[in-house]
Design a protein around this ligand. Structure first.
Ligand SMILES: [Zn+2]
Length: 439
């Protein structure tokens, strides 16, 4: 408390420079305040700290269930899907669905834009359906988990984070742990076996596609575009013929998985060259493949088609991405970092946190100059600083609705208990004074 009370705005100006240069704070008081701020903000939904908190849960899950095997991104199409329209109050008969009966494309977009509640509700509804029906994993209210065979086999666990894209629509990034998956060393050893790699190739063939039959890029690009393909009902797998299902998948894929680079969406200047941050065009391959190092790829003849899963595609009729994780801890770490960070994907802040804090500190010092209770001064300081940092975070309307409704911004199959390690150790030493802490 005494350390924090010594802070002056100039200290933060120096800290701001250190933050810009990405070096450690030289002032222990700055570090002490930042630690306190992190502890507070960790409990506030939508902060970077609350997201980073998910990392330890991912690591914990890896320890218990081995590394995750699948990575999924799902972008439900709120302005297209008839279900979202029903949530928004449109009169649609889903049983006798007719895509020409209206509302039309622009009415649909307007319905969703003016009603972020229905957009958010639709998103969480789709995620729940995908988890429970397609993946076969259901978290019950008593915390128990029901599992059955899903499209990827049996799912042991999942952790996914919800995010808003530029126009505000929610999407989900998720890591999936399959039941009985191998540890990283076991996987490394297994990959040396040709028989095991063949099994993986079979899995890729069934679950991760990036090619419409043998169609080349030119053939794909000449498929007639059907406007509003997602404004439809999923094909019923019980009654549809194989040909009908494949035809529907083809039309959807061309409309939803064909990546077109643009400055607004994905192109960035790297070393003077325009590069797609989604890494398009993607690698071409005439076969589904896996090598001994755990590198893999789906068959892809048209280099602008991004991976999809046939069942997810036919069911939710929305853009998504499916990847196999065979790269062990390094790849898991990268993906973990990616999904537990808001800051990397938001617009770059013009100033860093320390620069913002310098301003607020000057203000509080003036406000609280008559206050003598150090405890009260520090409490006020931490509160104001935490609020000041939250000011800067941009929320979309569906994100705000989700938070107000208490809908998840992190999807997790399991419940996690935090162990406060320092306290655990001190309890141990109190109980067993002779304990060898070194061991
Ligand atoms: Zn691109």
């Amino acid at each position: 408390m005494n350390l924090i009370s010594t802070l002056k705005p100039q200290d933060f100006i120096k800290a701001s420079q250190e933050e810009t240069c990405k070096v450690k704070f030289s002032n222990p008081a700055v570090q002490a305040l930042r630690d306190q701020l992190s502890a507070v903000r960790k409990r506030v939904k939508g902060t970077d700290e609350s997201r980073q908190h998910v990392r330890s849960k991912i690591w914990g899950t890896n320890l218990i269930f081995n590394p995750p095997m699948l990575w999924i991104t799902i972008n439900p199409a709120d302005t297209q899907d008839p279900i979202a329209q029903v949530f928004a109050g449109a009169e649609i008969d889903l049983d006798k669905f007719c895509n020409l009966a209206g509302p039309n494309n622009s009415q649909r977009a307007a319905n969703v834009a003016r009603d972020p509640y229905s957009s958010a509700k639709y998103f969480h509804f789709i995620v729940k359906c995908v988890l429970e029906i397609l993946f076969g994993i259901k978290k019950k209210s008593n915390g128990r988990i029901d599992r059955k065979e899903g499209i990827f086999g049996k799912i042991q666990s999942y952790i996914g984070t919800v995010e808003a894209q530029g126009r505000g629509t929610l999407h989900l990034h998720m890591l999936l742990w399959l039941a009985d998956s191998p540890s990283a060393p076991e996987m490394k050893a297994a990959l040396k076996s040709e028989n095991f790699r063949e099994k993986l190739v079979t899995f890729i063939k069934g679950s991760i596609r990036a090619s419409i039959g043998d169609m080349t890029h030119e053939q794909v690009a000449s498929i007639p575009k059907t406007p509003g393909v997602s404004y439809s009902r999923p094909i019923d797998p019980r009654t549809a013929s194989v040909q009908e299902s494949e035809e529907s998948e083809k039309t959807l894929v061309w409309a939803l998985q064909y990546h077109q680079c643009s400055m607004a969406a994905c192109l960035r200047v790297v070393k003077g060259q325009l590069v797609c941050k989604r890494r398009a065009p993607f690698p071409r391959s005439t076969i589904d493949w896996v090598n001994k190092n755990g590198e893999w790829g789906p068959k892809r003849l048209c280099r602008f088609l991004n991976n999809w899963n046939p069942t997810i595609m036919r069911t939710i009729r929305a853009n998504h991405d499916t990847k196999l994780i065979l790269g062990g801890s390094v790849q898991t770490a990268t993906l973990t970092y990616y999904i537990t960070n808001y800051a990397t994907k938001k617009q770059q802040r013009s100033s860093n946190a320390s620069a913002l804090l310098a301003k607020i500190l000057a203000f509080i010092k003036k406000e609280e100059r008559r206050q003598t209770d150090l405890n009260k001064i520090n409490k006020k300081l931490i509160q104001s600083c935490a609020n000041c940092l939250t000011h800067d975070r941009e929320f979309s309307a569906p994100e705000i609705i989700s938070n107000i409704m208490g809908w998840p911004d992190v999807y997790m199959s399991h419940h996690y208990v935090i162990i406060h390690w320092i306290e655990a150790v001190s309890a141990l030493t109190r109980t067993f004074p002779g304990i060898n802490l070194q061991r």
